[in-house]
Design a protein around this ligand. Structure first.
Ligand code: SAH
Length: 248
């Protein structure tokens, strides 16, 4: 049931991610917490050590592995679930102020337990829907938002971009087929005041799965109409009719 700390540090080093023994220990503990609570909270389908390290922990840090710099001192992780990518990023950047948001109570309960056991500081928890946060107290408040496996890109954009202040960044973690999603999302990206800055694709070294990371910058205020009422972004996603400006 243990992940060897040395092994974690070595695997991370192959991703060009340098971890201290303390950070290695935190990932080892996080692994134990995740597998311990997994049955009760139904947190992840992935249970193998290799898979959790690669597909959850290191994937969450992929941006740094690929030369990206943090986008501020404060991060909001939207639809964090069992803590991805928010908690690995917090372990990697200990001074970060982190906000973990998820609409589901059991996810927030797990996140609270995990953070308490890991003894991490400067973390807040919000059990709330992104749609409400984006029309309420969270609107255009954050400089950096991440989301992994939250929703198709046009939906994720409607949920995330309204939370970001002008000049801030959205890191959208996606699977392989992001190009079609990006074309469909063009209109909502514009309505929400975003601009695509960069796309990065990478392959998980062991599983050989392809992933991508899309970087958006908030360049204009979000149109007042967005995000729409809770549930609508998913039920009636905004789809671009004549997508053009992004390369296919
Ligand atoms: N980011 C995690 C979890 C992905 S599953 C990971 O990559 O493993 C998506 C999560 O988003 C779920 O925990 C779900 O409860 C949450 N979620 C979905 N729609 C949401 C919304 N509108 N507002 C807030 N959280 C949402």
């Amino acid at each position: 049931m243990f992940m060897q700390i040395e092994w974690i540090i070595k695997e991370a080093a192959q991703w060009k991610i340098e971890l201290s023994p303390e950070q290695g220990l935190l990932f080892e503990k996080y692994y134990r917490i995740l597998t311990y609570y997994n049955q009760k909270f139904n947190l992840t389908r992935i249970t193998g050590k290799n898979e959790i390290l690669e597909e959850h922990f290191l994937d969450s840090l992929a941006g740094f592995s690929l030369g990206l710099e943090k986008a501020g001192e404060e991060l909001l992780d939207l639809g964090s679930g069992a803590g991805f990518p928010g908690l690995p990023i917090k372990i990697f950047l200990p001074d970060l102020q982190l906000h973990l948001v998820d609409s589901r109570r059991k996810k927030i309960l797990f996140l609270r337990k995990a953070v308490r056991e890991l003894e991490l500081k400067k973390i807040t928890f919000l059990q709330k829907r992104a749609e409400e946060l984006g029309q309420g107290e969270g609107r255009e408040k954050y400089g950096w938002v991440t989301a992994r496996a939250l929703a198709p890109l046009n939906v994720a954009v409607e949920l995330a971009l309204p939370l970001i202040k002008i000049g801030g960044y959205f890191w959208a973690f996606k699977g392989q087929g992001f190009k079609a999603e990006l074309r469909e999302a063009e209109k909502i990206i514009e309505k929400c005041g975003g601009r695509l800055q960069k796309t990065i694709t990478y392959t998980l070294p062991h599983a050989k799965k392809k992933r991508s990371l899309l970087l958006f910058k908030k360049v204009q205020h979000t149109d007042d109409r967005f995000p729409r009422k809770a549930g609508l972004p998913q039920k009636r996603p905004v789809v671009s009719q004549n997508p053009s400006s992004f390369p296919s």
